[in-house]
Write a protein that binds this ligand. Structure first.
Ligand code: FAD
Length: 378
């Protein structure tokens, strides 16, 4: 029988960084993953580690700061696995995405940098002229006033990054079991004492452990939890299109120029990587993308970038994932990171809203859930 100080369920960004945080807190974690490392939302994501510029539009300074801290964490710890990605967003007169709004965002950002003690790790926000951006991309020209250019980070090979994080956790005692599905908890006197798992060959095993941390993303609701906690209900997907994309920056476009949800397009292996499209999927257990979903996304992109030939572009790959939502209806996307202790003692659930901030959430969770172990390790 395997024994472990803590079993972590799921090897996405949350589970991998949780394993690292647990190992650094002096525990010997075992990560169980029902598929392969990164096979959930993390491995199918758009791969951007956001700098939080968008949060400044709603003056969510805390979220901006957390995104910048997360970027710094990736740059400090995994510099060979992330790279700066230039992102351009066309700006239109008389909209919220106007040069004036972005000049204001840039000024606010500069002040925040000075006030928060964070050091600027990526180039400053820049404004491009209308002619320059129109020469680069076939954008709707009416009221086009220029473009904002900023830098985020991107992880081009998410699986390799996750495996590196898990290997670092392994150097401090963590172990990984892939193709192993976590099942029922074993509970005695309202305390976790173990977890049943099923291996790919159908064999079952009991793992003796006093702690189970659920990092199973949208599948987390399988285990006991608070009634209002998130459940799987939003489908999100990216497309790889058989059409070359100009330049090497990512372009943020929206269906109505200057308004609404932004979709990103960037070059990928001679094609275009487009993301991310969302739709409600109440009660879904697997991320099933239908031909109608793909057609709807292509239509949106075609309206955003007319004249680029997206409507006729072949689809090379669909990258789908399920995301938790806040009320189980599938109409909302979870914006909050949660650490909960939903059932018997020793059971915890760590549910993040973005892979960007997953490492920070994991470090917070380890401090909150295992303070004595963390103190001993320090
Ligand atoms: C299309 C798309 C694009 C996105 N783009 C971005 C982006 O650019 N930037 C960003 O910051 N965020 C992005 N996100 C959000 C981000 O991917 C997620 O918030 C994050 O990856 C969630 O990580 P996680 O580890 O909690 O979940 P997951 O990555 O879903 O991992 C959960 C893991 O648990 C495993 N699991 C489930 N049940 C069991 C079980 N019973 N036993 C064992 N293992 C189990 C699953 O197989 C899975 O590997 C995107 C999401 C999607 C879907």
């Amino acid at each position: 029988m395997h024994q472990s100080d803590v079993v972590i369920v799921g090897a996405g960004m949350q589970g991998a960084t949780m394993a690292l945080a647990a190992a650094r807190a002096g525990l010997r974690p075992l990560v169980v993953e029902r598929g392969k490392v990164g096979s959930g939302a993390t491995g199918n994501s758009y791969g951007i580690i956001h700098g939080g510029l968008r949060y400044l539009q709603s003056l969510s300074v805390g979220r901006w700061r957390r995104s910048r801290q997360a970027q710094a964490w990736f740059l400090d710890n995994y510099p060979d696995h992330v790279r700066p990605l230039a992102c351009a967003m066309p700006l239109y007169r008389h909209t919220l995405r106007s040069p004036m709004a972005f000049r204001a965002a840039s000024a606010i950002e500069s002040c925040l940098y000075r006030g928060t003690g964070l050091s600027r790790r990526l180039p400053r926000l820049q404004l491009l002229g209308a002619e320059e951006i129109a020469r680069a991309y076939p954008l709707p020209r009416r009221d086009l006033a220029g473009a904002a250019l900023w830098h985020d980070l991107v992880a081009d090979d998410m699986e390799t990054l996750l495996r590196k994080i898990l290997a670092d956790a392994g150097a401090s005692g963590a172990a990984l079991m892939e193709d192993t599905e976590a099942g029922e908890l074993i509970v005695a006197d309202n305390r976790v004492v173990g977890l049943n798992v099923t291996h790919a060959d159908g064999s079952m095993e009991e793992i003796a452990t006093p702690r189970v941390a659920i990092c199973a993303g949208s599948w987390s609701s399988r285990w006991p939890q608070e009634p209002q906690a998130a459940t799987a209900a939003t489908l999100a997907f990216n497309l790889v299109l058989e059409i070359p994309f100009p330049g090497d920056a990512a372009l943020a476009v929206s269906e109505t120029p200057g308004k609404g949800r932004s979709y990103f397009l960037r070059p990928l292996e001679g094609g275009t990587f487009a993301g991310t499209y969302y739709r409600p999927a109440p009660g879904a257990r697997e991320p099933n993308v239908t031909p109608a979903d793909i057609a709807a996304f292509l239509e949106v992109l075609d309206r955003a970038l007319p004249g680029y030939g997206i409507a006729e572009a072949g689809v090379r790959a669909v990258m789908p994932g399920l995301l938790p939502d806040t009320d189980g209806t599938g109409r909302t996307l979870s914006a909050a990171d949660t650490i909960s202790t939903p059932g018997p003692a020793g059971l915890s659930q760590v549910l993040g809203s973005k892979l960007t901030t997953a490492p920070l959430l994991s470090m917070d969770a380890a401090r909150r859930l295992w303070p004595q172990e963390a103190r001993r390790a320090a």
